[in-house]
Design a protein around this ligand. Structure first.
Ligand SMILES: Nc1nc2c(c(=O)[nH]1)N[C@H]1C(S)=C(S)[C@@H](COP(=O)(O)OP(=O)(O)OC[C@H]3O[C@@H](n4cnc5c(N)ncnc54)[C@H](O)[C@@H]3O)O[C@H]1N2
Ligand code: MOO
Ligand SMILES: [Mg+2]
Length: 400
C-alpha cells in the first residue's frame, strides 16, 4: 500500500503525450492551445472613433476658444464605420463620425453628439473644454502586430475564441484528446433500460465516468464485461492495442471474481501500484504499457468517482500541458478520523464572507452514490492527523 502523495506522484510521472491536431477554431472551446496566437495587425488596427459625434482639429478648437470665437463648424462630410478614411479639407470645418469608423485625416478629437447642436449643416459645440485626442481608441493601444495575445497551453474559453476570430485563425492547433475506453465489470450489473432482478443493480459508474471526462471535453467509449476471466482477458487485450487510456471500475479488490489485477498482469501491463492509503477508493490499481495507461478504480461508486477526480484529472492536465491549480477550502466543522488513511470527505461548499467553506456531509460509505447529489466536492484530510478543526484549510477536489 502506498500513500496518496506517492500514488499521485507516480501517476504524474507517467503522463502521456497525445500529440497535436488542427481543428476549426469554433470547435476548440475547452481544448488546450498548442500554438502561440499573435496579433496579425495592430489592435485596434486604425485610430478608431469611440463615440458617435463630430471630429475636429483640436488646435482650431483651442484657438477659437482663446479668442472667444463661435464654436461652430461646417460639416464637410460623414465618416461611417466600414468606410475608407476621408480627409478634412478645411480645418475650420468638421466631419461627422460614427463609433467604429476610422478617424478622418487632419482631425484628432471627437465630440459626442450629446455636446453638439446641429442645424443647417453646421455643428455648434456646447461645451467649452475638450481634450486633445478625446474619444479615440488609438491604433496599436491594446497590442502591436506580432504581440503574443494567447500563450501556448491556454485552455480555450469564450474569451480566447473571440481573439482567435479577430486574428483570422480559422483553424487552430490543440492538444489531441486521448482515446479512452471506460469499462465496467460485474455479473450483478444490468443496463439502464433494464428492470433489475432482486440480486441485480443497474450500472452507473461508467456513466459518471463518461460525464467526468466530458467536463474535460474528452470523448469516450464504454463497454461492460461480466466476471469471466477469459472474456475479460481477450477483450482487454484488444482494448490495450486500440486505446490510449483504459478506465475500469470494479474487480480490483480481494473477491473471488476480482480478476482484473491478475488479468492485467498476464497481459503484460506493468503495475505501478495497487492499493492506496485512502478512504474511499483504497484498492485502486494503476499500470501502463508503452502505449496505454490503465486506471483500474475500485467498483464502489464513490471510490470510482473520487479516484477519477484525484488521479485521472491531474494526470490528464499534466499530459496536455495544463498547470495544476490546487483548490483549497476552510473546514466548516470539526472532524475526527482515526484510520491511518487520507480521508476524502464529501463536503457541501459555501461561500462565507468571500471564503470557500466546506461542510462535511456523511453518507453511508462508498456505495452510497445518491449522497454525491447532496455534496459538491471532497476535502482531502491528510493521514497523519486524527482531529481536524473547524477553520483549518485543506485541499479539495470539486466536481460541480
Ligand atoms: N476483503 C476485502 N473486501 C473488500 C475490500 C478489502 O480491502 N478487503 N475493499 C473494499 C473496498 S474499500 C472497495 S472500494 C471494494 C472494491 O471492490 P472492487 O473494485 O473489487 O469492485 P466490485 O467488487 O466489482 O464492486 C464493488 C461494489 O461496487 C458496485 N459496482 C461495481 N461496478 C459498478 C458500476 N459500474 N455501477 C454501479 N455499481 C457498481 C458493485 O455492485 C459492488 O457493490 O471492495 C471492498 N471489499
Ligand atoms: O475504498 Mo472503498 O472505496 O473504501 O469503499
Ligand atoms: Mg470486488
Amino acid at each position: 500500500m502506498i500513500s496518496v502523495e506517492k500514488a499521485l506522484q507516480t501517476v504524474l510521472n507517467s503522463t502521456q503525450n497525445f500529440g497535436v491536431e488542427e481543428i476549426p477554431f469554433i470547435k476548440s472551446f475547452g481544448r488546450i492551445l498548442k500554438e502561440e496566437i499573435t496579433a496579425d495587425r495592430d489592435f485596434p488596427p486604425f485610430n478608431r472613433v469611440s463615440m458617435d459625434g463630430i471630429a475636429v482639429d483640436f488646435n482650431e478648437f483651442s484657438s477659437r476658444l482663446r479668442s472667444n470665437k463661435q464654436l461652430s463648424f461646417n460639416i464637410e462630410g460623414i465618416q461611417a464605420a466600414g468606410s475608407k478614411q476621408i480627409t478634412l479639407k478645411n480645418s475650420e470645418n468638421c466631419i461627422e463620425v460614427m463609433t467604429g469608423a476610422v478617424l478622418p485625416n487632419n482631425t484628432n478629437s471627437v465630440i459626442r453628439y450629446e455636446d453638439v447642436t446641429i442645424e443647417n449643416g453646421v455643428a455648434t459645440i456646447n461645451i467649452d473644454a475638450i481634450n486633445d485626442g478625446q474619444n479615440i481608441h488609438i491604433k496599436g493601444k491594446d497590442g502591436a502586430v506580432g504581440d503574443i495575445l494567447i500563450p501556448q497551453n491556454t485552455k480555450i474559453s469564450a474569451a480566447e475564441i473571440g481573439v482567435l476570430a479577430t486574428v483570422g485563425k480559422s483553424f487552430v492547433k490543440v492538444a489531441k484528446q486521448p482515446k479512452v475506453m471506460i469499462v465496467s465489470t460485474g455479473d450483478e450489473l444490468v443496463g439502464v433500460d433494464e428492470i433489475p432482478l432482486e440480486h441485480q443493480i443497474r450500472r452507473s459508474n461508467v456513466f459518471t465516468l463518461v460525464s467526468l471526462l466530458e467536463r474535460l471535453n474528452i470523448p469516450s467509449e464504454t463497454a461492460h464485461i461480466t466476471d469471466d476471466k477469459q472474456v475479460l482477458k481477450s477483450k482487454i487485450e484488444s482494448y490495450l492495442q486500440e486505446y490510449d487510456v483504459l478506465l475500469f471500475s470494479g474487480a480490483v479488490s480481494k473477491g473471488k471474481f476480482d480478476f482484473l489485477p491478475e488479468v492485467l498482469d498476464e497481459l503484460g501491463v506493468e503495475k505501478l501500484f495497487h492499493t492506496v492509503a485512502q478512504r474511499p477508493g483504497k484498492p485502486f490499481w494503476m499500470g501502463t504499457t508503452k502505449t496505454c495507461t490503465v486506471f483500474a478504480f475500485p467498483g464502489n461508486p464513490i471510490s470510482t468517482f473520487v479516484n477519477c477526480l484525484a488521479y485521472f484529472y491531474p494526470w490528464y492536465y499534466k499530459s496536455v500541458g495544463l498547470e495544476l491549480n490546487e483548490e483549497t477550502a476552510i473546514l466548516g466543522e470539526d472532524v475526527t478520523f482515526k484510520p491511518n488513511l487520507t480521508y476524502f470527505l464529501q463536503v457541501k461548499l459555501e461561500r462565507e464572507k468571500g471564503f470557500l467553506t466546506a461542510f462535511p456531509i456523511l453518507g453511508n460509505g462508498s456505495g452510497d452514490l445518491a449522497s454525491l447529489v447532496k455534496t459538491d466536492a471532497f476535502i482531502q484530510l491528510p493521514s497523519d492527523k486524527i482531529e481536524f478543526k473547524k477553520g483549518e484549510v485543506y485541499p479539495i477536489v470539486s466536481y460541480r
